[in-house]
Design a protein. Structure first.
Length: 608
């Protein structure tokens, strides 16, 4: 709930409206980090307009309050996460191109605020729904009745937040969805990787708007010299890179990471960055741009992807028939029964340790319960006076989600994969009993030796250094919101023979991190299970030595330095501490269950 949520109920006081508006002002300043900012409520449009004035009336209807809360939160997120001079708007004021650009940029800042301020997200959703009803967008029957920018904002929010829009907006969106899915969805999915890197996002968004060829886009060329000078003033020597909008840059899956690796992010670096031209914005989840001090050090080409056309992210249940999935689950159950005493002991130990941390608080001055010995004097002196008892109460964990990312490559075949599946199963059940959500993910490739990606590269004449040259396969065994009993059969897929192939760890880690960072939970933990370094023959044979390994280093360095996600790695038979700051190494797969459960327990104990 937003900070002013308790002021939403109608009040009899004649000053209730003014009190509410003052609360809106204070909340906006706190969220935006701008002490001198004042809220100006916009009219009826959901765009962030600075020119409107506040209503001059003392009585606010329920609709007014919904609109004011939503507008204030949207405006605060815009102030917090948006830097005007980083953006190169593709047209003059009032054009369709600029409206589309601003709609998608607004969706970006709202997606960044979704995790940090879930109450603000709810307020904005309510405002968008009300706006759609007021403009009768929910009753529209054709695209001409709904401006493209309106649909773009809702569609972009849906893609960036990976959450459905409110029902009124959903009805509006369905009219535009066929067009948006075909023309915009792939670019938005790529832009989602750059939500926290505003400069890279602006470059990709400019290119997206250009491909839409909207009215007013042609005026960009007249503005370009002025915009180039503005960017040069802000970025110095980095301006040419900031203005580059080629396909190669947009296909870069981690332009922010390139600016944070190979150099330790020292305290001195942080201080220099804080004194730079760009305002400080906190952690990566809050949209922090990478410091200029760090970005100036990296001159090498960014990590590239030859094509993402053949990549897939799929649920485990889609990769084999239901009958085969049941057989694989039965096979996993047999393995679980063989190790049942050990597994039960480990699970009970973890559950006891977690629950022991929950039962720490007491409620005092009760009419019944345990006798409060600190009140013995009261009982003796005033035996008829009650409120001398206490009751232990559960103190639930800070809202937490754990994501288990498992290497599904061929090197994990056999006992390591069996133990990984067993551990994922028991960990899901145990943490679910303690109120902690668990996600189980896997990563491999769809083909050996590059598959269709390599064939396409060969058809293009085999250009040098093509970047990643294989088809990714990212598997969702269990989503965080799915109960274990509903998806238990999916975990058996890890035992299937046809799934494991090669492994590209850096992009898998980015994918798992992206899923976590959009979760509403306050605490997010990512655990990686792997048995070695990235291995993809097609990529490694066509790029510089250590290409995938270097990218993995960059991804890890960025997450550990900039992200609120807690990262833990477990290496099976290989030392992964040279990649991860927090890592343990197991010499045998049989140690996995005990080690992982022990590490999870330590993570939860560390928060108390």
């Amino acid at each position: 709930m937003s900070a002013y949520g308790n002021l939403c109920a109608p009040r009899r006081s004649p000053d209730a409206a003014e009190t509410f508006l003052r609360a809106v002002d204070c909340t906006l300043r706190a969220m935006a980090g701008r002490a001198d900012e004042a809220f100006a409520a916009a009219g009826e449009t959901p765009a962030c307009d600075d020119s409107s004035t506040r209503p001059q009336r003392l009585v606010l209807t329920a609709e007014d309050r919904v609109r004011l809360r939503g507008q204030a939160d949207a405006r605060a997120l815009r102030l917090r996460y948006h830097h005007e001079r980083l953006h190169l708007p593709p047209g003059a004021q009032g054009t369709a191109a600029l409206a589309a650009y601003e709609a998608i940029e607004q969706a970006r800042v709202e997606a960044l605020g979704r995790d940090l301020l879930p109450g603000a997200n709810a307020n904005i959703d309510a405002w968008i729904a009300q706006h759609c009803r007021e403009r009768k967008f929910d009753r529209a029957r054709k695209q001409s009745q709904i401006p493209l920018a309106e649909a773009l904002r809702v569609f972009a929010r849906e893609r960036f937040c990976e959450a459905p829009p409110p029902p009124a907006a959903q009805a509006m969106l369905e009219i535009w969805r066929p067009y948006l899915e075909a023309q915009v969805a792939p670019q938005l999915d790529r832009l989602r990787q750059h939500l926290h890197d505003e400069r890279a996002f602006a470059r990709g968004l400019t290119q997206l708007i250009e491909t839409l060829a909207l009215e007013g886009y042609g005026t960009e060329q007249a503005q370009r010299p002025k915009l180039r000078r503005q960017a040069s003033d802000l970025h110095g020597d980095e301006a040419p890179e900031a203005l580059h909008t080629g396909d190669e840059e947009l296909s870069n899956t981690d332009s922010a990471l390139r600016q944070t690796t190979r150099q330790a992010f020292t305290d001195e670096d942080a201080k220099r960055a804080d004194r730079g031209a760009e305002p400080e914005r906190g952690t990566a989840a809050q949209g922090t741009p990478v410091s200029r001090a760090m970005s100036a050090r990296i001159a090498e080409p960014a990590y590239r992807v030859s094509t993402t056309t053949f990549d897939e992210t799929v649920g485990a249940e889609t990769l084999c028939s239901p009958q085969q999935l049941l057989r694989l689950r039965a096979q996993l159950d047999r393995q679980l029964r063989r190790s049942q005493p050990l597994i039960a002991r480990l699970a009970h130990r973890l559950q006891r340790r977690l629950l022991a941390q929950q039962m720490r608080d007491w409620t005092y001055d009760l009419e019944e319960g345990w006798l409060d010995t600190s009140r013995l004097d009261r009982i003796v002196l005033s035996p008829l006076e009650g409120l001398s008892f206490k009751m232990e109460k559960a103190s639930p964990f800070r809202d937490t989600v754990v994501s288990l990312l498992i290497d599904n490559s061929s090197s994990m075949r056999g006992r390591p994969m069996v133990m990984a599946a067993m551990t994922a199963d028991i960990l899901s059940r145990t943490l679910e009993r303690c109120g902690v959500k668990v996600e189980v993910l896997g990563f491999t490739t769809r083909s050996w030796k590059g598959g269709r990606v390599r064939q396409a590269w060969q058809a293009q004449g085999e250009p040098a250094q093509p970047g990643r040259l294989n088809e990714l396969r990212h598997i969702i065994y269990k989503s965080a919101d799915a109960p274990w009993r509903r998806v238990r059969k999916n975990l058996g897929l890890m035992l299937a023979d046809g799934i494991p192939k090669e492994n590209i760890d850096g992009e898998a880690l980015l994918w798992a991190h992206r899923r976590l960072i959009t979760r509403p939970e306050e605490r997010r933990i990512l655990v990686v299970l792997s048995d070695g370094e990235p291995a993809d023959e097609a990529t490694l044979s066509t790029n510089p030595a250590g290409y995938l390994e270097q990218h993995l280093h960059e991804v890890i360095a960025w997450i550990e330095a900039r992200s609120p996600v807690e990262l833990l790695a477990i290496g099976i038979g290989h030392d992964v501490s040279r990649y991860y700051r927090h890592a343990i190494t197991l010499q045998s797969a049989d140690e996995l269950g005990g080690a992982l459960i022990e590490e999870i327990a330590k993570l939860f104990e560390a928060q108390t």
